[in-house]
Write a protein that binds this ligand. Sequence first.
Ligand SMILES: C[S@@+](CC[C@H](N)C(=O)[O-])C[C@H]1O[C@@H](n2cnc3c(N)ncnc32)[C@H](O)[C@@H]1O
Length: 194
Amino acid sequence: MPEDDRKDSLLKWDERFRSEGCVLGTNPSAYLIENMNTIISLAPGRRAVDIACGEGRNSIYLAKQGFQVVGLDISEAGLAKGRQWMEQEGVQIDFRLVNLETYQFTESYDLVINCNFLLRDLIPKSVAALSPGGIMVFDTLLDSPYVPTTHKKEFLLQPGELVRIFQGFPGAILVQEERLHDQMPTAKLIFRKK
Ligand SMILES: C[S@@+](CC[C@H](N)C(=O)[O-])C[C@H]1O[C@@H](n2cnc3c(N)ncnc32)[C@H](O)[C@@H]1O
């Protein structure tokens, strides 16, 4: 991504997260909730990483489900909110300030979640960070005529793209769908590494 776009993106998120309340709401991803029983039954362990965790709504949910969670994000304002929220909820999350464009995973995880964020170069690294049998949950915006034009094209998946990417990795796509007609169209997928 061009440097100016990256700075814009960071400033935008930092500014939003400094506002009152939770920008992305306090409810965890509905897709994560829908699939939690499957995830719990299949994940080989309880180490999880929440990619671009923002204010931590999904990290907190995973911690409550018994996962040891690392939350990664570039926004200090988002992470600060997450840390405060985590204390109120009485859970422990390792929130880390990182730039995912250059980030290298140094640990392996039984569960990787990637919600509302797209950095194509990070996907192979995320799969590599999964332990054998580990689960990856991907749920992010899909390009369609219904997506507001304020969203940059490069942050949107193209139809069929998510499946094509994951077909190239050793493992199985357990479920996948594209919700083109939702208010915010998304592509969703759950992958299990071999
Ligand atoms: C739409 S929010 C999603 C937050 C969270 N996944 C959720 O669904 O609640 C996108 C997040 O990506 C983060 N982000 C953007 N660029 C990033 C980068 N280069 N490295 C790390 N995080 C980044 C932003 O700070 C923001 O928290």
